[in-house]
Design a protein around this ligand. Structure first.
Ligand code: PMV
Length: 321
């Protein structure tokens, strides 16, 4: 039995739209930061004593699309290794249960890593990234720590993530503002499909997101927080603009989401480097230097309770226990 740990990641340049939904190929490259706080531990064992794969997440049997995706990853591992046996999978999410943060990135990265090792496959990080991508797109990036780029590619083998910088050798962190911790109404898969099929803004989104890649990479390598933050904030807004243009239209924003985005703009006007980014949900992540954490949190407190704010730092790639 092998246990792997993978941390979640937050995209500063988002993946939003599948060019191929079977292979999970995105329209554009994306760039993320792997975090230190939220992670998944997954153990996998292949055993002929089981008739079917048994997959437990936080002690509950996995169901629905999560189960389908997990089986797909296990099936790929069986194909590659020639193993016929079923797998026993136990997965524990170390994401505060109230965090309302997506765990699919850490979950599928940990499953791919533990499963491949349990099957005695010696995969490179690139191969692991491709495997994890079949569970969830963002999982391809959680194989690596620090700053990571997912190359969109054009087929299975050319769509994989790669490290940009790990460990991160400058002061950047993320304050997560928890607006709503309930399960979101529109899953990222459904949201992406809707904007690809119906939003006239989608082609403009893809074009601008791809154009953001090189400037974002140079901001990372030059440790330029102001440039990085400005590009990330605009990229997130453009992603959400696609949802406003969809038919029927939808949004992940809630009133408090907008209140925090506005507060971040105001704090910035007062000379503090801070920028917001929002994924397919209402929570806001604030990109800033750790030296400004206290000041930013103090300014956000009229809108949010202190316990709704969580500070994260850059985290590592996959490890084995
Ligand atoms: O990997 P998925 O299917 O959970 O999609 C993630 C989509 C976003 O979080 C909105 C953006 C991203 O690049 O992580």
């Amino acid at each position: 039995m092998i246990t792997a740990r993978a941390h979640t990641n937050i995209a500063f340049l988002k993946y939003w739209g599948k060019k191929d939904s079977n292979l999970i190929l995105p329209y554009n490259d994306s760039i993320s930061l792997t975090l230190n706080k939220f992670y998944t531990d997954t153990s996998v064992e292949f055993t002929s004593s089981m008739k079917e794969d048994e997959i437990l997440v936080d002690n509950q049997p996995l169901t629905g699309s999560g189960l389908k995706r997990a089986k797909r990853v296990l099936e790929l591992i069986r194909q590659k290794s020639g193993i016929k046996a079923s797998a026993v999978v136990h997965s524990t999410n170390h994401v505060p249960t109230t965090a309302g943060l997506a765990s699919s990135a850490s979950a599928f990265a940990a499953l791919a890593a533990a499963g491949a090792k349990a099957a005695n496959l010696h995969l490179t990080d690139k191969e692991l990234s491709i495997l994890a991508r079949h569970g969830s797109g963002s999982a391809s990036r959680s194989i690596f720590g620090g700053f990571v780029q997912w190359h969109a590619g054009h087929d299975d083998q050319s769509s994989y993530a790669q490290s940009i910088q790990s460990p991160v050798n400058w002061d950047i962190n993320l304050i997560t503002a928890l607006v709503d911790t309930a399960q979101k109404k529109v899953s990222s898969t459904n949201g992406m499909q809707a904007v690809v099929e119906t939003s006239p803004f989608f082609p403009a989104w893809v074009k601008s997101a791809q154009a953001d890649i090189e400037p974002m990479k140079s901001a990372i390598l030059n440790k330029n927080l102001a440039k990085l933050g400005a590009i990330a904030e605009n990229n997130a807004m453009r992603m959400h603009a696609t949802t406003f243009g969809a038919v029927p239209n939808f949004t992940y924003f809630q009133p408090q989401t907008l209140a925090i985005i506005e507060a971040v703009r105001n704090i910035r006007k007062q000379g503090v480097e801070c920028y917001s980014t929002v994924d397919a949900g209402p929570n806001v992540k604030i990109i800033c230097a750790s030296s400004d954490n206290d000041l930013i949190m103090e300014k956000l407190e009229p809108i949010m309770g202190h316990n709704q704010l969580l500070v994260c730092k850059p985290g590592p790639g996959v490890t084995y226990r």
